[in-house]
Design a protein around this ligand. Structure first.
Ligand code: SF4
Length: 254
């Protein structure tokens, strides 16, 4: 059963939420001309945002992280974005030496052994390349929604990045008030390309070793780092109280 048939639903206020998301993006692009990037996880929310950016001709560049652990289905979206919208996607990868050193020291399955090792893996494969992605930008755009988890219940449409640092970079979350039904209604109505893994009960898709399908009734992010305590389910990219080593990364992806 496809994600569209499972989730897409038009609900009251949909058109207003789309119009508001466009207004947030337009204002962001105007205020931060030439210095704003969409950090896309290539998940459904981010594909919607990329579609809005392309549809409205907004001056927001598109970038993503290739952690080296993504599903092939996720990576295949990069050329699809380029073909469909004519927009280049800048791809940031971890420092190869850091990855080799970490895997040599801790093994390929280190993320399952302890939270410290899992976070160290995320730091090398996500946080450091994200910091490079955001260097030189004064703002970035993410697909965070309040509904995604309790941790994200207070996500604003825009504001100083919760981690501070980096000269007051602003984070824009144009879909903050969208429901999952909204996301899929938009995808269906606009024929937005999406990751086929969403059709396999993976609403939130990250690295392959750290993502599994969820069962009916499980929370949205239950398939992410499922062996860890619920409160720990962020990779440091959106966490308010990240340690200093993570502060420069500020961010949001996956
Ligand atoms: S999500 Fe998993 S594989 Fe990806 S960087 Fe974090 S620990 Fe490593």
């Amino acid at each position: 059963m496809s994600a569209i048939s499972l989730y897409a639903r038009r609900t009251d206020g949909f058109d207003e939420r789309v119009a508001h998301a466009v207004a947030v993006l337009q204002s962001a692009a105007a205020e931060h001309a030439g210095r704003i990037v969409q950090a896309t996880s290539l998940g459904a929310e981010d594909m919607v945002i990329t579609d809005l950016i392309a549809r409205h001709g907004l001056g927001i560049s598109i970038a993503t992280l290739d952690t080296g652990k993504l599903h092939l289905e996720t990576m295949a979206l990069i050329p699809r974005i380029e073909q469909r919208y004519g927009l280049a996607v800048d791809v940031y990868q971890p420092v190869a030496e850091s990855v080799v050193h970490f895997v040599t020291m801790n093994g390929e399955r280190a993320m399952y052994e302890s939270m410290a090792l899992r976070k160290a893996c995320c730091a090398i494969r996500k946080l450091e390349p994200l910091a490079r992605m955001l260097a030189g930008s004064s703002a970035w755009v993410t697909g965070l929604r309040r509904e995604q988890s309790d941790n994200r219940g207070g996500v604003p449409f825009s504001g100083p990045d919760a981690n501070g640092g980096s000269g007051g970079r602003i984070k824009f979350n144009p879909l903050a008030d969208w429901s999952w039904a909204d996301v899929w209604h938009y995808v269906a109505a606009n024929d937005v390309p999406y990751n086929p893994l969403h059709d396999e009960f993976m609403p939130s898709i990250g690295c392959a070793p750290c993502t599994r399908a969820i069962a009916v009734g499980e929370p949205f992010r239950a398939g992410r780092w499922w062996w860890e305590d619920e409160k720990a389910k962020e990779c440091g990219l959106h966490v308010k109280d990240a340690p200093v080593s993570e502060v420069s990364a500020l961010g949001a992806l996956r």
